[in-house]
Write a new protein. Structure first.
Length: 663
């Protein structure tokens, strides 16, 4: 059998509005922003994805294109009065990280949260009009997640009313600083404040890096673009290596909403230190939802291709079977669709909570909710990035050999998502903060203040917990059964962590598993809460089907941690496997097409030869081969022809040498 003559996939060219789609996208406002962005992009040549094969571009050319796209986005924002959120969302439609990305994502958010009202009146308008290009300089060559170890200094000079910023060592070089190698004119620099020889910890300083009229470096500023990243990821980001040599910054440019330095050098400390969480919480709150969309695109591409691709006579009926119908594919893709949906829906709630906090904080300076948000976003960062990075690669593998072709888009998706497991903190380092918070609340007996820590009540009480009651596959669909396993796993892991901590053992590896287990519970709980609020919607059955696959997928490993007498019996494990298989079949046969259709990713958004509106994957791949930059290599033809004659010359030289030796 052949794969000829198969039908094209139903890939939309424009967003299709449905009640289910509006729900998944987070409401009409966000859906309409998406629609407006696509309308602005599709007919604009600078944003064309078909005219340019990004993997074939040299890195300098790819970055140049990203810089020109940034300029065009700035024009669109200013001309159409796009809100900041729409501008940030529009960057993601380029499938790249642009140099303008930090402007609102972290630069202006810090100006808004950390500057005094007087400072904001000066600097916010400049940033909003893009009179200045911003970045955020925290990470150093020698210090990433360990912010307390930062070496860059900012010493107050009372004679000139300035701070003098210095990079005293090579390891103090600011590194990985996004949009700083070429683009940024100003950066918020994290440095150790020193006054009269006394250190006051890390503070933020708005520092000019480049001349606004020429883009030349300011005196004492040394910057290099740090070079390519692995997998050719983040091509549009000019990460900088940045050093300071006695760079002077006016005292008025230390961000002064919380702490200040007065003219006479007196230090006014912040009323509380929780605001220091803010910068990382900002980015991680965005990541909580964004990572889910990254995974959804990969799953959607894989779904379109595996339902198109036919291979082998699975049913012995003389016809080849769609690859998607094999268990080896369904068991990989469908859980990822459910997990991605959980990441998006729960991530939207985390982002909404952060937005509410930010709005209130700007009015009242109240940081009482920040610690809880910090815990939520740390857990979400670790959980979502682990699932997304490895999930994208799973989608590629599920598409077989064609998934390895750059035109499939998986290489780009993977390169731009897997970095998230280390930026904003290596997951194994960041994950340690969740167990630390769990122990803190347990010792303080305050776990009841956070519903996500409900399982700590089992450790608090000495009452014996009865083994689970499961007598049929359908029993595994009950939420009380699912909750029991997820909570009891956490009880075991938390107890182990407390025992290891008390024994002085290094827990830096085991805390990752605990954080992921905590994430399973938080996202399980959050997903079902979202579904309960939507139980009367027409699409509720599809949401339930997704939630059951999500729940049963995480239970596959969760139950393995349980110890006697709570460990599952052999029959209960078999029933769990049956329930999982039934849930996957239900999602595949009755709901997955509705879910994919509701998300409605357009051809432009997917940007994959495996998901074209007017071509089959085979036609798109063949067209890609026709356009390869390697098709016109005639300048090497003479070399190749000559290479094929090397053997003859060597033989002639050998024969000639033999003759000479005889003479």
């Amino acid at each position: 059998m052949t794969n000829q003559g198969q039908t094209k996939r139903n890939i939309p060219l424009a967003p299709k509005e449905t009640p289910f789609g509006l729900f998944l996208w987070g409401g009409r406002e966000k859906f309409d922003r998406r629609k407006a962005i696509l309308e602005a992009f599709i007919d604009n040549p600078i944003f064309s994805k078909k005219a340019v094969t990004l993997p074939s571009l040299a890195r300098k050319d790819a970055w140049t294109r990203a810089a020109l796209q940034s300029r065009e986005l700035i024009t669109l924002k200013l001309k159409n009065n796009w809100p900041h959120r729409q501008f940030m969302e529009s960057i993601r439609f380029t499938d790249n990280m642009l140099p303008v990305q930090p402007q609102f994502r972290i630069f202006m958010s810090n100006l808004e949260r950390q500057m005094s009202d007087e400072q904001k009146a000066i600097w916010i308008p400049k940033a909003e009009r893009f009179e200045i290009f911003g970045s955020y300089s925290q990470t150093e060559l020698g210090h990433g997640s360990n912010v307390r170890g930062i070496e860059t200094t900012s010493t107050f000079d009372p004679a000139t009313d300035e701070f003098v910023i210095n990079s005293p060592t090579v390891s103090s070089t600011k590194f990985w600083i996004g949009a700083t190698g070429i683009w940024a004119t100003h950066s918020i620099v994290v440095a150790r404040l020193i006054i009269n020889g006394k250190e006051y910890g890390n503070h933020l300083f708005l520092t000019q890096l480049r001349n606004l009229d020429t883009q030349e470096l300011m005196p004492g500023v040394e910057i290099y673009e740090m070079g390519p990243k692995v997998f050719q990821g983040m091509l549009g980001t000019d990460n900088g290596a940045l050093r300071f040599h006695n760079v002077r910054v006016p005292r008025s440019q230390m961000l002064a909403r919380n702490a200040q330095v007065l003219r006479d050098g007196m230090y006014v400390p912040p009323k509380n230190t929780k605001h220091s969480y803010g910068s990382m919480v900002t980015v991680r709150a965005l990541m909580a939802e964004i990572t889910g969309w990254d995974l959804l695109k990969a799953v959607t591409v894989a779904y379109h291709y595996t339902t198109f691709r036919k291979q082998f006579d699975h049913d012995k009926k003389g016809e080849e079977t769609a690859v998607f119908n094999y268990a080896s594919v369904r068991y990989r893709l469908l859980p990822l669709l459910a997990q991605a949906t959980a990441l998006v829906l729960v991530g939207q709630n985390i982002k909404r909570a952060y937005d509410r906090y930010t709005e209130e904080y700007l009015k009242t300076n109240d940081t009482s909710e920040l610690e809880d948000l910090h815990l939520q976003t740390v857990g979400a960062k670790v959980y979502s990035t682990e699932i997304t990075g490895h999930g994208v690669e799973t989608c590629r593998i599920a598409c077989g050999g064609h998934g390895y072709n750059a035109h499939s888009g998986f290489g780009r998706m993977y390169a731009n998502s897997i970095n998230a497991v280390t930026y904003e903190g290596d997951n194994y380092v960041v994950a340690q903060q969740v167990p630390r918070a769990i122990l803190k609340h347990f010792k303080a007996k305050t776990e009841s203040s956070l519903s996500s820590l409900s399982y700590l009540s089992f450790l608090r009480n000495d009452t014996t917990v009865a083994p689970i009651e499961v007598h049929s596959a359908s029993d595994w669909l009950r939420r009380d059964t699912q909750r029991f396993v997820l909570e009891q796993r956490l009880v075991v892991l938390v107890q182990n962590h407390m025992d290891d901590t008390a024994a002085g053992k290094d827990t830096s590896f085991s805390t990752h598993a605990l954080t992921m287990a905590h994430g399973d519970f938080v996202y399980w709980k959050g997903l079902w809460e979202v579904i309960d609020r939507s139980k009367n919607e027409s699409f509720a059955p599809s949401l339930v089907a997704l939630a059951q696959v999500f729940s049963l997928s995480i239970l596959q490993n969760a139950h393995l941690t349980l110890i006697p007498p709570l460990a599952l019996t052999g029959r209960q494990r078999r029933l769990l496997a049956d329930a999982y298989r039934n849930a996957l079949d239900d999602l595949a046969e009755n709901h997955v097409a509705k879910v994919i259709d509701a998300y409605g990713f357009t051809e432009y958004e997917l940007d994959s030869a495996l998901a074209r509106a007017d071509q089959t994957p085979y036609e798109a791949f063949f067209e890609g081969a026709q356009k390869s930059e390697m098709n016109n290599m005639q300048h090497l033809w003479p070399m190749m022809v000559d290479t094929r004659r090397i053997w003859k010359r060597l033989e002639e030289e050998k024969d000639s040498g033999t003759v000479k030796s005889r003479l």
